[in-house]
Write a protein that binds this ligand. Sequence first.
Ligand SMILES: Nc1nc2c(ncn2[C@@H]2O[C@H](COP(=O)(O)OP(=O)(O)OP(=O)(O)O)[C@@H](O)[C@H]2O)c(=O)[nH]1
Ligand SMILES: [Mg+2]
Length: 408
Amino acid sequence: MEELAELTTTAGGEVVGTGTQKLESPVAGTFIGTGKAAEFADYCRSQNVDTVVFDDELSPAQSRNLETAFGCKVLDRTALILDIFAQRARTREGKLQVELAQLKHLLPRLTRFWGHLSRQSGGIGMRGGEGESQLETDRRRVQERIERIISDLQDVRRHRATQRDGRQRQPWPSASIVGYTNAGKSTLLNALTGAHTLEEDKLFATLDPTTRRLRLPTNQNVYLTDTVGFIRKLPHGLVEAFKATLEEVAQADLLLHVADAGHPQAVEQIAAVNAVLAEIGAAGKPTIMVFNKIDRVEEGGQLAKLLEQYPGSVGISAKTGEGLAALIQELGTQLRPSRELVELAVPHGDSAVIARLHEVGQVLERDYNGKNARFKARLSPHFRPEFAAYIVRPGKVSAGARARKAAG
Ligand SMILES: Nc1nc2c(ncn2[C@@H]2O[C@H](COP(=O)(O)OP(=O)(O)OP(=O)(O)O)[C@@H](O)[C@H]2O)c(=O)[nH]1
Ligand SMILES: [Mg+2]
């Protein structure tokens, strides 16, 4: 309920009261019992409430019946989350994706919604008179709009695919920052890369992915992408709508799963994120668990247990910088297998080659004493051809092999 209140505030509402009911199963027509509904209706009238929000998805019939009972607008969790997403979307693709999810949520509810919303100002296609023909026009308009969005989205995605191809030719591995909303993903990206992604104590501050290059102290480069946060009961239509964006996130070589270590529901939040990851086909990806906000956790809290439960996990504070060095090190360790170890001999005169090697490779050893400058470096396969002429020994060189070569 606290989270629902936060969502409501984020959407621009002001919470005046909350209520719950324990039931074996939801009541078909009204979700809650009729007695409870009457109690809430009294409360709504006395407090001048204009909207009631349910934490679960309501059927179109339930929304309609509850609106009649309460005499005010009824939203479900799905509509609320969609509303926040609609306010937050910035890119064309983000906007189209959200509108598509909203319209699809609205369409089956439009029949009943109409009778209610026609009495109010605003809303989609709500100008004009009442009546069945108006309703039919309206539904047709929504349907047309849905088709239009689907076709526009295809265009936008074709364009993005071209961009992505360009990026895929980029040689560096990628890591996506995923996690529950408000866990501190954007703060982490900013702390690591000096990016200026919006970080806010609000749910879903970030909708559109931001990618930055991070250069590790080991000279490895990695693309880091910050993206939309996940949440319990993330509307399925929204996952559908964002699938293209999310799948791209899921294609990363590595995931950084950020969790708020101090949150009382941290374990549930991790599970909710894993569920969405599974839905977008990213279950089982190499993942570093990152427990954030350790500046705020209490001594003897759940942090120690979490760190123990997830091998290779790191406790950090994106805010104070604590633990970031360890995280960076873990990143380097996890990404290493994608690069091969080579030895190169470069004539001293080829300074451009030497500079380039330091730029794109991870130089582990250097020796400028001989006829040629010698380097031991990790190189992504992508760059291998560029240095082929200088590579003297590929792969791991054992001490024995080196001795034999020297002797011969
Ligand atoms: N105390 C503390 N606060 C943090 C830390 N990291 C992030 N925060 C705060 O947590 C809030 C959410 O941070 P964001 O980086 O916006 O979180 P996010 O995961 O990107 O959230 P969404 O984009 O909304 O999903 C902000 O108020 C941050 O200042 C931390 O290490 N310690
Ligand atoms: Mg964010």
